[in-house]
Write a protein that binds this ligand. Structure first.
Ligand code: DLL
Length: 428
């Protein structure tokens, strides 16, 4: 563990710490006088000491819309000149979400990413090949700073230029690989094509997009590693919010800094542990952009059982999907990750695929484009998708190597076909 004192502290001690920090957050939000402070006042909160952990669920939510409405700096809780960096996400809806960090926030972020790396087995002296994109996106720079804080050697590759990545993997012999899961697959393919053996590589820390257990198995087949999940979002801090430990059984949420709740996406009411809900985060220790009950749109369940790794931090399941990513096909609701699970679990197709939602007519069609490993898997996949998801999809096979591969950024699993030519050749 990077910080055993915090990661393995007793539940009671952590609750006391959270409560104390939450008071401080509420006082800072009230003093900053922005939208979050005004909502607290409207809810009758006059100071931090009015708030308890148990009462958190009664406080107002904050949403992405708030960040957009006060873009770019309207939600700062510190003077602008104390902002040491900005980052953000291009967002799935095309609108950037910008976030700000003070120097202390950057230190916190580095410590959180150092925890993540050590969750995956990295130690001081490890070589971390970091193929998350560098720039406004938080993946590259976040993991980079975490590797430095841990005392590891970071190789700042960023995404793309796959040939160069393979050469660096072969020459520098990293033990840890960090990138999106889709790019890990692409790298695995390229490493095999180049005939390179990666004997030193032990683990990968993959995130920034949803990926199923079946994709994990596919990555572990093409790369000689344990593939671990890392979750985060720019608004909360970036990568380092939650990470799987080597037990690979849920992601430990750094809840001493990011208090997590799971709520029913429609009613906003808390759901029981073990029940999937929308993740909501409160960031009691962040300075520049502290958030009270931020609704992520990400669906997962929480689990407070003990973990064999010794961390006492609550675990979240892998992300099931986003509230707004659900595909509705003729009344059947399905998340892309569920389709991925069936496709890859069948063993009939390569782990590269594309879903196309054909909305050219009111009878929406779901087209699944994939690469067959052998024979013609279409009928069997249509049957398997129908059996597990209750969904009638049309399956198309593409020639090997032609399903879109992700080289940079997040994998785009679903494209919408509104009109005109098919988004992929061969789709009818
Ligand atoms: O993707 C931060 C990050 C970078 C996390 C590198 C992990 C590794 P954003 O660009 O703001 O930040 O996108 C955040 O990505 O709300 C989720 O919908 C999705 N996401 C992030 N990690 C995971 C994951 C970064 N492990 C949004 N599994 C989040 C599923 C993930 N979805």
């Amino acid at each position: 563990m990077f910080d055993p004192r915090s990661e393995a502290m007793s539940i009671d001690e952590r609750s006391a710490l959270q409560r104390h920090r939450l008071w401080g957050l509420v006082d800072r939000l009230l003093a900053a006088g922005g939208v979050q402070g005004r909502r607290l006042k409207d809810a009758g909160v006059t100071g931090g000491s009015d708030v308890t952990l148990a009462g958190l669920a009664r406080l107002p939510f904050t949403t992405k819309q708030d960040l957009w409405d006060h873009y770019p700096f309207g939600m700062l809780a510190v003077p602008r000149d104390q902002v040491a960096a900005v980052h953000g996400s291009s967002g799935t809806r095309g609108r950037p979400t910008l976030v700000a960090y003070t120097r202390a926030d950057l230190d916190l972020w580095a410590a959180m990413c150092a925890r993540s790396l050590s969750c995956a087995g990295a130690v001081p002296g490890s070589i971390v090949h970091n193929a998350y994109g560098y720039g406004l996106f938080t993946g590259g720079i976040g993991v980079h700073q975490g590797a430095v804080a841990l005392g590891a050697t970071v190789v700042p590759m960023s995404g793309g230029m796959t040939g160069r990545q393979v050469q660096m993997l072969a020459d520098l012999r990293p033990d840890i690989l960090t990138c999106t899961p889709a790019y890990a697959l692409r790298l695995g393919e390229a490493v095999a094509e180049a005939g390179v053996e990666l004997h030193a590589l032990k683990a990968g820390l993959f995130g920034a997009e949803p990926w199923s257990e079946e994709l994990r198995a596919a990555i572990e087949r093409v790369l000689p590693i344990k593939a671990m999940d890392i979750y985060g979002l720019s608004e909360v801090i970036g990568p380092g919010v939650a990470t799987e430990c080597l037990e690979q059984d849920g992601l430990h949420v750094n809840e001493d800094h990011f208090v997590v709740e799971a709520v029913d996406p429609s009613s906003g009411e808390p759901v029981e542990d073990g029940t999937p809900g929308e993740l909501v985060f409160t960031t009691p220790t962040k300075q520049a952009l502290p958030l009270l009950r931020y609704r992520t749109g990400d669906l997962a369940s929480l689990n407070r059982r003990e973990c064999a790794c010794g961390r006492t931090l609550v675990r979240m399941s892998k992300i099931i999907g986003r509230v707004d990513d659900m595909i509705v096909v003729r009344g059947v609701n399905v998340y892309p990750s569920e389709v991925e699970r069936v496709l890859l679990g069948s063993g009939l197709v390569a782990p590269h695929y594309q879903l196309v939602v054909d909305r050219r007519s009111p009878a929406v069609r779901l087209l699944v484009a994939c690469e067959a490993l052998h024979g013609d898997p279409r009928d069997e996949l249509v049957r398997a998708l129908h059996e597990s998801l209750g969904l009638t999809a049309e399956v198309f096979t593409l020639p090997p190597g032609t399903a879109p591969r992700t080289e940079t950024g997040k994998a785009v699993r679903v494209v919408i076909w509104e009109d005109g030519r098919p988004p992929l050749p061969g789709l009818g």
